[in-house]
Write a protein that binds this ligand. Structure first.
Ligand SMILES: [Zn+2]
Length: 269
């Protein structure tokens, strides 16, 4: 990362950006699964239909000022909205703090785009058990643009090649998993896999390897935890998208450490 700005100011901007992105993701998460336009009409109270005034649409703050109620009819507004806004703000700041020192601005933008899209995907998948194609496509464009731009600007052809190979590899892996275990993997997961593979591959081979297996590891742990608590019913599919995304981000953050540890354990380093 460049140090154009003092870090506290930069992180403040990143946090504000996250809150605004989170606010838009709330709209996406509500409207996309219901096949509604994500830009029109303006947000309205689902109870009384009154359009939400701009000053009542400030992330987190408006909800606090209104004490979680519609200004017009007093209907409760779910605490989920400010939580998503604050959550994305914290996530963006955390990613910039943790990954900023070892990434270019363009790569960091790609990671933030994947994080934002990933939050929307996870919320929709948890609630509706599917990943809308539109969301995967839009996220893919927003993630790929900065990465391809960086490859062109810096001539990083080998990294671009690794990214492409990893994208194909993860697509094949998930396609295979869907064939072997049809109940577990959905079409949305298979379509998301190449995007995650591409980002992981762009970061390097250790990331791609760790990122390919981390989701399955996390998924197994989650199913065991749920089983122990008696929460798994037969036939109730656990949505896998959130695990794919969590595994990818775990790999982006910690793959070098995992690879180093593995080589040490194997006596190779
Ligand atoms: Zn209302």
């Amino acid at each position: 990362m460049t140090d154009l700005l003092p870090s506290w100011l930069l992180l403040t901007y990143v946090g504000l950006l996250g809150a605004v992105v989170g606010s838009y993701l709330n709209v996406l998460v509500w409207r996309l699964p219901r096949e509604q336009s994500t830009t029109r009409p303006r947000s309205a109270c689902p109870s009384c239909g009154h359009a939400i005034r701009w000053f009542d649409n400030v992330p987190v703050l408006s909800w606090l000022v209104l004490r979680g109620r519609c200004r017009d009819c007093g209907t409760r507004i779910s605490v989920r909205y400010p939580l998503v806004e604050a959550g994305v703000a914290v996530l963006f700041v955390a990613l910039v703090v943790l990954l900023g020192p070892r990434l270019s601005v363009l790569s960091l933008l790609a990671v933030l785009a994947l994080a934002g899209g990933g939050v929307a995907m996870s919320l929709i998948d948890l609630e509706h058990h599917r990943l809308p194609d539109k969301l995967t496509a839009a996220t893919s464009v927003l993630v790929l643009l900065p990465i391809v731009a960086e490859a062109l600007l810096t001539g990083s052809w080998s990294r671009l090649l690794t990214a492409t190979v990893a994208a194909v590899a993860l697509f094949v892996l998930y396609l295979g998993a869907a064939v072997v275990y049809p109940g577990g993997m959905g079409g949305g997961d298979i379509k998301l896999a190449p995007l995650l593979g591409f980002v992981l591959g762009w970061f390097g081979l250790p990331h791609a390897v760790v990122g390919a297996f981390a989701p399955f590891l996390l998924g197994v742990v989650a199913v065991l935890v749920l089983a122990v608590r008696g929460r798994v019913r037969k036939g109730s599919g656990v949505p896998f998208g959130p695990f794919m995304l969590a595994g990818t981000f775990a790999a982006l953050l910690w793959a070098p450490a995992v690879a180093h540890w593995y080589l040490e354990v194997a006596g190779l380093a």
